[in-house]
Design a protein around this ligand. Structure first.
Ligand code: LLP
Length: 415
């Protein structure tokens, strides 16, 4: 799909952000600072809805749970997929109604089931997805007899890194060959509304074959359930739509994914559901950080910054690539071979290695791209580092969406 219309262009690259505005935000709110642009979220939602016009699109909240993000997603007409009781609470806070909320229970702690079933009593339109047989026993013990979805383990996975490939990982879902029998049994006791599977995170044009295979297995499963039990409301084939993290990578061809999905699914009464997280928020966010130290090392220049693995974990955890720009350097600045490292006492605390960067000076502001998805969400307070602040942009308006954590916040829970 080409750019234009409500959906904007297919990708917003780091150099398309307004440098002066980002620098001004860093000065006003200090760094490290996450910036999230609500308009871009709206555009991403619109492109998804346009590519999948007949599908129910649900946002996987785990990518970013900030209230301005959730509100933009809701206003754009998406539902929401929640991975915990906490995310369910945030969804209600953002104004999602129960019928738009799907809770996916992954080895759920009792506390989560208590809270979600209490919410279900007030909002019986809420859907609960189970990935283990005994989760159903635990729901039954809590009096639940509402809308149930079964998560299948389809035996096929995909993803940008082995750590995010879930479809064949024993941890997730019930082996697909057992699902139809369970569906027949559970349909008598619950309102069986759907089946679900998720291949993994970061589908690119290259692993469309895995996506196709997963969808086709889910289509077959659905038809078997339809013939034995009756129609399902939906078949949810998960999220995982990739975004180009590298500057030269092309954007995902959403139309091609949609086409492959429709083809692989075949004819069904059930409505298709998808649950993208990353695609909705990744390029709507940047992380701003200040250069603290510039040091000549043996084979590189180490640029020490105030954001690290506790701010953005993806490079340390998945060797993820994020574009980095020096916003303070002049256009014609000399390019150096830089390793950008954070303030945490861990070798893994490196945001990039041997990257060409406009020569940084102490005090310069660097921008890190595609930081909207799984950025703030995976931040931590390791090394007693308070979590960063986040601002949300709506056109020319800026709101402080999450204030910077303080050292007092960090010790507040100690007895
Ligand atoms: N649905 C389910 C059941 C999931 O487990 C996930 C992601 C999604 C949807 C959304 O996937 P997405 O569209 O965002 O790829 N922290 C990792 C990603 C972990 C994804 C976990 N599950 C990263 O930063 O790459």
């Amino acid at each position: 799909m080409s750019g234009g219309g409500d959906g904007g262009s297919e990708i917003r690259r780091l150099d398309e952000w307004n440098d002066d505005r980002l620098v001004a935000l860093a000065e006003e709110y200090e760094t490290p600072l996450y910036v999230v642009d609500r308009r871009r979220i709206t555009e991403n939602c619109a492109r998804l809805r346009a590519a999948f016009p007949d599908a129910d699109v649900r946002y996987a909240a785990k990518a970013h749970t900030g209230q301005p993000v959730l509100r933009s997603v809701r206003e754009a007409g998406l539902g929401i997929e929640c991975a915990s009781a906490g995310e369910v609470e945030r969804a209600f806070d953002a104004g999602f109604t129960g019928d738009r909320i799907q809770y996916t229970a992954v080895n759920p702690p009792d506390r989560d089931l208590d809270l979600v079933t209490a919410r279900w009593r007030e909002h019986p339109e809420l859907t609960i997805t189970v990935g283990a047989e005994d989760t159903v026993d635990r729901l039954r013990e809590r009096g639940f007899d509402g809308r149930l979805c079964i998560r299948a383990n389809p035996g096929v996975g995909a993803g940008h890194h082995e750590k995010v490939s879930t479809g064949a990982n024993a941890k997730f879902g019930i082996p697909i060959e057992r699902v139809a029998d369970l569906a027949a049994r559970w349909a008598e006791e619950f309102d069986l509304v759907g089946v679900h599977a998720h291949a993994g995170s970061g589908i690119s044009g290259d692993d469309l074959s895995a996506h196709r295979e997963l969808v086709s297995r889910m289509g077959d499963l659905c038809r078997e359930i339809e013939s034995r039990v009756g129609s399902l409301e939906f078949v949810d084939v998960g999220g995982g739509f990739g975004v180009p993290y590298r500057e030269e990578e092309p954007p995902l061809d959403l139309e091609a994914v949609a086409e492959a999905t429709r083809e692989a699914l075949g004819n069904l009464d059930a409505t298709l559901s998808i649950e993208p997280g990353r695609y909705v928020v990744a390029d709507a966010g940047v992380l701003l950080t200040t250069v603290n130290t510039v040091k000549r090392a043996r084979d590189a220049t180490v640029v020490g910054v105030d954001a690290g693995m506790t701010t953005l974990l993806r490079p340390a955890m998945y060797d993820a690539y994020h574009a980095i720009r020096n916003l303070s350097a002049p256009e014609d600045a000399e390019q150096i071979d830089a390793t950008v490292a954070g303030p945490i006492c861990e070798s893994a605390d490196v945001l990039c290695e041997h990257r060409s960067l406009s020569r940084p000076d102490r005090g310069d502001i660097l921008a890190i791209g595609n930081a909207g998805a799984y950025g703030y969400e995976m931040s931590s307070t390791y090394n007693s580092r308070p979590r960063p602040a986040e601002v949300a942009l709506s056109g020319t308006t800026v709101v402080l969406a999450r204030r910077r954590e303080t050292l007092t916040d960090l010790t507040a829970l100690e007895q």
